[in-house]
Design a protein around this ligand. Structure first.
Ligand code: GLN
Length: 307
């Protein structure tokens, strides 16, 4: 089935549900996003591109950025240096939970819960400096999406910094266990800006295609990172990309996927395509309700073989 046809089938299925779920409001600037949005874009490994709905409307990618930050950091570091500071196990807890970090002696369960993402951001800050880390991750996203218009929404970043008490708590706990090299404020500032990256579903699908192609970027015809890094980022997306709903997402969709509270989800079909869906209403786990249904419908109607 062609991607266009599959996307039309997906839209037919999700249409009655568009607007369902709760738009994130714990970051006040995100609460302003209209819930009726829905966009879905596909970037095929063979260059076949297709999209439907609001695929060219920019949204806050939030925690989807954690998958890209991890790939970026892994590309420049010795693996042992990363994996002594963060584990690779599903946490079974909400993305911003503070519960395990203390009893686990300041070592987060995985790089996609906020505690683990803060450790990865700390590595970004160590590698590029407090002044250069935001520009480095923004530059990486512009490069791999092939879109200079990818930007950071300063209002969303400021809004998160003004209200992000739990994340400050996590960062201070990491620091107290010696698992943060840089100042809490510097790490938090870079983390909030990274989460405030603003992209369209079409740009996000393009940015993710290297994860479907063993690290090769067909847009610029060059290797972004190694196959080994991609294999590991995809494994973590499958097992930890949806927090305490990771098992349910794997059961329903079966693809490596990373969600964000802006309502976006990036999903990868290895050797086939990168998929990006956006619908702002979230389920109780903070994952896009209609976005998940859209991906589940996509794999069903296309008969995508997984794993
Ligand atoms: N910036 C958000 C936070 O730290 C990201 C959470 C998410 O998208 N799940 O709370």
């Amino acid at each position: 089935m062609s991607y266009d046809k599959a996307l039309n089938r997906v839209l037919d299925t999700v249409k009655p549900h568009i607007g369902e779920g709760q738009v994130a409001d714990y970051i006040p600037a995100l609460a302003k996003v209209p819930p009726q949005r829905f966009g879905f874009a596909i970037y095929g490994c063979d260059g076949d591109i297709s999209s439907i709905g609001d695929a060219d409307v920019a949204f806050s990618i939030q925690s989807i950025s954690k998958a890209f930050a991890l790939a970026f950091v892994m590309s420049g570091r010795n693996p042992a240096d990363i994996w002594r500071r963060v584990w690779r196990e599903p946490s079974g807890t909400p993305f911003n939970s503070t519960v395990q970090l203390e009893s686990d002696n300041g070592v987060p369960r995985n790089p996609f819960i906020n505690a683990g993402a803060l450790v990865i951001t700390d590595m970004l800050v160590s590698d590029h400096g407090p002044g250069g880390a935001i520009a480095a991750i923004l530059g990486f996203m512009q490069l791999i999406s092939g879109a200079q218009s990818v930007s950071i929404d300063k209002e969303v970043a400021a809004s998160e910094l003004a209200t992000g008490h739990k994340n400050y708590g996590l960062a201070h706990t990491l620091k107290s266990f010696g698992n943060l090299e840089n100042d809490v404020d510097d790490v938090m500032r870079v983390y909030a800006h990274q989460c405030a990256l603003t992209m369209t579903a079409s740009q996000l699908a393009a940015a993710g295609v290297f994860l479907a192609r063993g690290g090769y970027d067909p847009i610029r015809k060059s290797q972004v990172t190694s196959n080994e890094v991609v294999r590991r980022v995809n494994a973590l997306m499958l097992t930890c990309g949806h927090y305490d709903a990771a098992g349910d997402f794997a059961f329903r969709v079966g693809l490596p996927g990373k969600s964000g509270v802006g309502g976006g989800i990036l999903a990868i079909i290895p050797d086939q395509a990168s998929l990006a869906v956006w619908s702002p209403g979230l389920d109780q786990y903070g994952n896009s309700l209609v976005g998940t249904l859209a991906l589940e419908t996509f794999v069903e109607v296309t008969g995508t073989e997984i794993l």
